[in-house]
Design a binder for this molecule. Structure first.
Ligand code: 13P
Length: 351
């Protein structure tokens, strides 16, 4: 396929006021999420939970695309429609996580590299047939006094670029996700240095692999201090530091940056996204591709009981609407108490 449709898809995914719902937890990760609300993870339970997410009325006003896991892209709604069709009919672009998770990096204790390149061309072909329009691959970088090593950064950046080139060959927009973890005691400055080094290497590799940046999205961590660091920056410091790193490393040809939430609370993720957007304009759209920060409140409201279906959908709609407002830099903490108001035409919960 020519690149024009992919460029268009990338722009659609970061349309103003909208972001991505990451619902691509692997089966073991989903089991952990369900265990946190006392629910056993079975295939029908995972299917039913995902159906609640995907059929939330009004969600498409704030969510442009949904990332699925391999199991999920093959499942169907109660009325028998395959999930990719449910999403398409609901106004969402279906995406697919294609990495196979992390494996220990041989020779580098404590470091990991993402697996999943073997057979990826053929898998992409199948996912296109199932209705996917974009893809995701996550690299994981741990930080401590001695890590990450340059070899770990290079191995992960190389895999990201191989994946991105294959995704575009299949006509899918690659979401390139190098996540610098917030676990640890490292400072904000250390996270900034590591994130900059990772992004420089990633964009070098993407160029070497002839990846067309206009048809990609970047899914990075925000630059934050490690969870165990004694000094925690305020939201504006996080925003300024993150933007400084991104402006130095991410080419302006990239249409959008969709942050992961990566262990921040749902409110923190929204308020930091808002702080970032208060420094607009930037060369790229600044949006979200949140998993935990969108689904945390949904899981709590649902608690595995179908009687709570509507409450769970309200929780998702509300969180998505607040993130939609944060995309305009118009979010205020009071909205957490009141619910989103019509501060912004494009970000209303109802309309
Ligand atoms: P979190 O927002 O929970 O970090 O998940 C996003 C994601 O897709 C991680 O790969």
């Amino acid at each position: 396929m020519t690149s024009a449709p992919m460029r268009h898809t990338a722009l659609e995914l970061v349309a103003p006021g909208k972001g991505i719902l990451a619902a691509d937890e692997s089966t073991p990760t989903m089991a952990k999420r369900l265990a946190s609300i006392g629910v056993e993870s079975t295939e029908p339970v995972r299917r039913g939970y995902r159906e609640i997410l995907f059929t939330t009325p009004g969600l498409a006003q704030h969510v442009s695309g949904v990332i699925l896991f391999d199991e999920t892209i093959r499942q169907a709604s109660t009325d028998g429609r395959p999930f990719p069709h449910v999403l398409h009919e609901g106004g969402f672009l279906p995406g697919i996580k294609v990495d196979a998770g992390t494996k220990p990096l041989a020779g580098f204790p404590g470091e990991v590299v993402t697996a999943g390149l073997d057979g990826l061309r053929e898998r992409f072909e199948e996912y296109v047939g199932l209705g996917a329009r974009f893809a995701k691959w996550r690299a994981v970088i741990r930080v401590d006094d001695d890590r990450p090593t340059p070899t770990c950064i290079e191995a992960n950046a190389h895999a990201l670029a191989r994946y991105a080139a294959l995704a575009q060959e299949a006509g899918l927009v690659p979401v390139v996700e190098p996540e610098v973890l917030m676990d640890g005691t490292h400072t904000l400055d250390r996270c900034a240095d590591v994130t900059a080094a990772v992004l420089r290497t990633v964009y070098d590799q993407l160029a070497r692999h002839h990846v067309e940046l206009e048809a990609t999205l970047l899914k990075p961590n925000m630059v934050v201090a490690g969870k165990g660091c004694r000094t925690q920056p305020d939201d504006d410091t996080v925003a300024r530091t993150t933007l400084e790193v991104l402006r130095r490393t991410v080419p302006a040809a990239v249409p959008g940056i969709v942050f992961l939430s990566g262990g921040m609370t749902d409110v923190q993720a929204t308020s930091r996204l808002d702080a970032l957007n208060r420094h607009s304009p930037q060369p790229w759209q600044l949006s979200f591709s949140f998993g935990r920060a969108l689904q945390g409140p949904v899981l709590r409201a649902w608690a595995g009981d179908d009687a709570n279906r509507s409450a769970a959908q309200q929780a998702l709609l509300r969180r998505a609407a607040l993130n939609g407002i944060a995309r305009h830099g118009s979010y205020f903490p009071d909205m957490e108490l009141e619910g989103p108001r019509s501060h912004d035409e494009g970000a209303r919960t109802t309309g």
